[in-house]
Design a protein around this ligand. Structure first.
Ligand code: DAH
Length: 332
């Protein structure tokens, strides 16, 4: 009889340890320790045994049940831990991004040109000011000697955010309005450059963008002459492009300067590049800025920043600079 208990115990332990998963173990548990199990079956025979044998058998069965129960618990813990590890492994999210090379950014070509221009003008004794990109009709046109119906306005078409007799508001077409704001804000002498974003109704092509960047210059002091203007342009040309470069002024017309000129720079190979406009600040413009033209005189200039970047890096098509194509951008 005792052998029966030992056999049942061994068989149960073997089954328990062979269970390959928590579900299988649960079934084995019911089978070996449940009412229909071998050990439970042996228990029902106890009543028919003589008293001394019954005691030894009862003890052996209890020990067997306890041992099998302990084995079930141990196996469950083992399988449970394994199942947890398996689940962790299955559900693991790999958040690492595989890249073939590191991408390191840098300032945009126009930003680089903008900053270099500021540096050069600061070196020449200028200060830097900025104005709003959304301007009133007064600053963008009127104060710059372009009254309503002035023909020069047609070359400066842009997006109007408000159009009325007294409150026309628009995306500024040039940085020249900042001249007026500066004159209204600080006392001469003024030696100021004003870089910024400007807008015009233009179809993008290799040399035009409807949004682009300009840098404006304004000098207001006593007895300023055209010679100061020409000298400043030339000093700038040599500081920015190098000693081998020259500059020249060509007569032109702008409503806000009188006389007005276009300025070009000459490469060491002899070729000329048209850079921007300039001239002596018109008396009406000084007046709009709150200054007396009898007391003060000045010169102004303005040119495109993106064009400088394009020139410096030999970019064929201005549109490439703003298309955000990494293959283009990464070259610089
Ligand atoms: N504002 C002009 C433009 O965008 C450029 C310009 C010409 C600026 C002559 C000036 C100037 O300050 O004196 O076409």
């Amino acid at each position: 009889m005792i052998d029966d208990v030992r056999n049942a115990r061994e068989a149960a332990l073997t089954d328990v340890n062979a269970a390959a998963g928590v579900d299988e173990l649960r079934a084995v548990d019911i089978e070996v320790l449940g009412k229909r199990g071998a050990l439970a079956g042996l228990k029902t025979t106890l009543g028919s045994l003589p008293i001394d044998e019954r005691k030894a058998m009862g003890q052996a069965i209890n020990e067997a049940v306890a041992a099998v129960q302990a084995a079930v618990d141990a196996r469950r813990a083992e399988l449970g831990a394994g199942a947890m590890l398996q689940r962790i492994a299955d559900e693991r999210l790999d958040l690492t991004e595989v890249t073939t090379r590191r991408r390191r950014g840098h300032p945009h070509l126009s930003t680089q040109a903008w900053e270099r221009l500021e540096d050069v003008f600061i070196g020449l004794g200028f200060q830097v000011a900025e104005g709003p990109e959304v301007e009133s009709d007064f600053y963008n046109f009127e104060a710059l000697n372009m009254p309503r119906s002035h023909p020069a306005r047609s070359g400066f078409d842009t997006l109007f955010t408000d159009y009325s007799d007294d409150g026309t508001v628009l995306l500024r077409t040039h940085t020249s309005p900042v001249q007026i704001r500066v004159m209204q804000t600080i006392e001469p002498p003024i030696y100021m450059v004003m870089p910024g974003k400007v807008f015009r109704r233009d179809t993008p092509d290799a040399t035009h963008m409807p949004v682009f960047h300009q840098i404006e210059g304004l000098v207001v002091d006593r007895n300023i002459t055209m010679a100061h203007l020409a000298g400043t342009i030339d000093a700038f040309t040599k500081a920015f492009f190098g000693k081998g470069f020259n500059s020249r002024l060509r007569p032109n017309y702008f409503p806000f300067t009188e006389p007005s000129a276009e300025f070009d720079i000459q490469r060491p190979d002899g070729g000329w590049i048209e850079l921007g406009g300039c001239g002596m600040v018109h008396p009406n413009v000084l007046r709009a800025g709150g200054l007396d033209p009898e007391e003060w005189s000045g010169f102004a200039f303005g040119f495109g920043i993106d064009r400088m970047a394009r020139e410096r890096h030999g970019v064929d098509d201005l549109r490439d600079m703003f298309s955000n194509d990494m293959r283009f951008i990464e070259q610089f």
